[in-house]
Design a protein around this ligand. Structure first.
Ligand code: ADP
Ligand code: MG
Length: 289
């Protein structure tokens, strides 16, 4: 039978926009001392937009955007959608791509006009042993995501994307920290981008450049330090980490896979709601023990 006090609190939780799928997760939440947040789509809005294009050699901005949009047309990633949108907005003709391949946490590759074209972050550059364009360093330092565009392994340009932090994130971090709960950030994004966003939000510790398959390991590493960890995420990539955490919390606007892997779902895209979950947990279970 469901203890009465819990059914009441889950009802109260639902009213505050917190959906409790797993009552054990709600119970565990009161002992959580570390909250691990995914960056993209959780602490940030997850709606990046193109803010700059850099060009190498004889290419042009239009060509770089058209090639990138051709390859990204088949990707569901928010970065891909931003590039496709930028191409449409600028009115460039986007060629058709075939033989599309996606490497999560790395980038995408397809054949365009008979050439293998790739779009990706630092891991993509590392894979082909190419250097990034020097003109993009300041974007990274400002917390922008930089994707390079390669044609048959040679860099032809780069695209800088901005993904604004949610205003609520700053408050959520401050409130958790004030309760002696350590906030840690987890991202597949580059080190410099992570450093900038973490500093902006007052987050003391982060894991950057984490490949999707390694996100769960980051959770396990924190648990290995004797911590009780709540993981907050939105993406398909976050699902194993949500399942590994002591409490998995999915952002409601997140993917179905993330929601399926979490014990608690936040109906609004508001990281401050993590605090509501802690409060509910303390209020519900204090009475029973
Ligand atoms: P996050 O953990 O920040 O949500 P992801 O694991 O989804 O990030 O992606 C990490 C990195 O992998 C991105 O910052 C980007 O460099 C690269 N990447 C992933 N998907 C794509 C894509 N469709 N096009 C280009 N780059 C991509
Ligand atoms: Mg995400």
């Amino acid at each position: 039978a469901i203890p009465l006090v819990v059914s009441i609190s889950t009802e109260r939780a639902a009213k505050s926009g917190v959906l409790v799928k797993d009552r054990l997760a709600l119970e565990t939440m009161r002992s959580v001392n570390t909250v691990l947040f995914d960056k993209t789509g959780t602490l940030t809005k997850g709606e990046p937009s193109v803010m700059g294009v850099a060009v190498a050699g004889t290419s042009s901005e239009e060509r770089v955007v058209a090639l990138a949009a051709a390859v990204e047309a088949d990707s569901e990633h928010p970065l891909a959608r931003a590039i496709v949108r930028a191409a449409a907005d600028s009115g460039v003709a986007v060629p058709r791509a075939t033989a599309f391949e996606s490497s999560p946490g790395v980038g995408v590759t397809a054949t365009v006009d008979g050439r293998r074209v790739s779009v990706g972050g630092p891991a993509m550059l590392a894979r082909v042993g190419a250097d990034g364009l020097t003109g993009t360093a300041h974007w990274t330092q400002e917390g922008r995501t930089v994707l390079h565009v390669l044609e048959d392994g040679a860099v032809v340009g780069a695209i800088g994307l901005a993904d604004d932090v949610r205003e609520e994130s700053r408050e959520a971090v401050a409130a958790l920290t004030a309760r002696n709960i350590e906030v840690v950030m987890l991202t597949g994004d580059a080190e410099a981008v992570a450093a900038s966003v973490a500093a902006d939000l007052g987050i003391p510790r982060y894991f950057a450049g984490v490949r999707p398959e390694d996100k769960a390991n980051a959770v396990a590493q924190l648990q290995g330090e004797g911590r009780t960890v709540a993981m907050v995420g939105d993406g398909v990539n976050d699902a194993p980490a949500l399942a590994t955490a002591d409490v998995g919390i999915a952002i409601g606007a997140g993917t179905d896979v993330a929601i399926a892997s979490a014990g608690v779902i936040l109906a609004r895209d508001d990281p401050r709601q993590v605090l509501s979950v802690i409060r509910l947990s303390k209020a519900s279970y204090r009475k029973m023990t």
